[in-house]
Design a protein around this ligand. Structure first.
Ligand code: NAD
Length: 367
């Protein structure tokens, strides 16, 4: 049987720096756990534009469709700000998401105990927090028609349309229920069924999918505005939250920031299962290319390393090995290692991107 395949797209700015640390982790698994991947690497974003005049070539797109998982660093930078919209670095990322039809965006909010003081909330509210927000990514108000700014009488009117089909709701609900089964078995679905018809349909379809296919999972419903309050009041009441594109955009950012730095946040975007049963999948840190610190060895590689851990869990069915990576991260943080973005205390000297990566690799063999 051939090895699972992984396409690595480091991208721009700090993307290649953090991805170099992920490479060390991948090599560790090959050498120590007999887990080899067929890894290929290609260009996306500004560097692809520099080389080919486009932020994503058709060849790279085709490769992304064939592999078992794609791991992306970050794209963009001031050098590309004046480019035409059609060839901006971000268009490469959007094309990947669109053509791979990645409809379920997984945004974990996990607070490592060593960083609990780093949150804007009290340490006992966020310490040990581990929730997963599943945001519908390819439909809803960001895509619905009609949309635009129109003339109505003697004034302009701006229109966006919230539109969901039953099948779009059902497939993202299934993603959430499947995830819950691998976690604490609880799903909370959030919409505004009190004021939006699309929310009524959302609630109905989630309830139907639950009754027919996942009765073993605990399901609750909450209005999204109440959900935002509960997320800041007592976030540990949640396990998996499933919600639409717009509410998910807001709630996932809110939940993410409960845990501290942008340099810590991984994500996954999943689509329909391929012939081999694995979902189409793109893994990436939430942060951007951080041009202000690029090339200085200051970037925190943990978000990208945790994105690889998500790939182990959700694409390669290696949940135990994903936990090993998370525990290694937890250990180095508990040991007091901090990249510059995690520094709060006076007198603690930051470690570099490479030092953090090396420490995590060393810890992989110790946890
Ligand atoms: P950013 O996430 O790149 O940076 C925001 C701030 O967080 C900066 O101060 C940066 O130094 C810091 N930061 C981010 N990641 C870090 C890490 N791993 N370690 C330490 N510090 C980190 O967002 P921005 O500054 O708004 O955007 C910069 C560029 O990135 C823009 O071109 C933007 O379009 C692009 N961008 C790309 C993505 C993506 O590729 N998914 C996402 C967001 C922004």
């Amino acid at each position: 049987m051939s090895n699972p395949s992984l396409l690595i797209l480091p991208g721009d700015g700090i993307g290649p720096e953090v991805m170099a640390e992920v490479r060390k982790v991948i090599d560790w698994f090959a050498e120590n756990r007999g887990m080899a991947f067929d890894v290929s690497e290609d260009l996306v974003g500004g560097c692809a534009y520099d080389a080919h005049g486009t932020p994503l070539t058709d060849e790279t797109m085709a490769k992304a469709q064939e592999v078992d998982a794609v791991l992306l660093g970050a794209v963009g930078g001031p050098k590309y700000d004046s480019l035409d919209f059609s060839v901006k670095p971000e268009r490469g990322l959007l094309r990947l998401r669109k053509e791979m039809d990645l409809y379920a965006n997984l945004r974990p909010a996990q607070c490592f105990d060593a960083l609990a003081d780093f949150s804007s909330l009290k340490a006992d509210v966020v310490g040990g927090l581990d929730i997963m927000i599943v945001r519908e990514l390819t439909s809803g108000v960001y895509f619905g028609e009609p949309r635009g700014v129109f003339k109505e009488g003697n004034e302009r009117v701006g229109i966006n349309t919230q539109r969901y089909t039953e099948s779009e709701i059902a497939r993202v609900a299934r993603s959430a229920f499947e995830l819950a089964r691998k976690r604490d078995n609880k799903v909370c679905s959030m919409e505004k069924a009190n004021v939006m018809e699309s929310g009524v349909l959302w609630r109905d379809v989630v309830t139907e999918v639950h009754a027919a296919e996942y009765p073993d999972v605990e399901l609750s419903h909450m209005y999204a505005d109440a959900g935002a309050m509960q997320l800041t009041r007592w976030p540990k009441q949640f396990d998996v939250i499933v919600t639409d594109n717009l509410f998910g955009d807001l709630l996932s950012d809110l939940a993410a920031m409960l845990t501290g730095s942008l340099g810590m946040l991984p994500s996954a975007s999943l689509g329909a299962p391929m012939a081999n049963g694995r979902p189409k999948a793109l893994y990436e840190p939430v942060h951007g290319s951080a041009p202000d610190i690029a090339g200085q060895g200051k970037a925190n590689p943990i978000a990208c390393i945790l994105s690889f851990a998500m790939a182990l869990r959700y694409s390669f069915d290696k949940g135990d090995e994903a936990t090993r990576v998370e525990k290694a991260v937890e250990k180095v943080l508990a040991d007091g290692l901090r990249t510059a973005d995690l520094l709060g205390q006076e007198g603690v000297a930051p470690v570099s991107t490479g030092e953090m990566g090396d420490a995590i690799v060393k810890a992989l063999g110790e946890v």
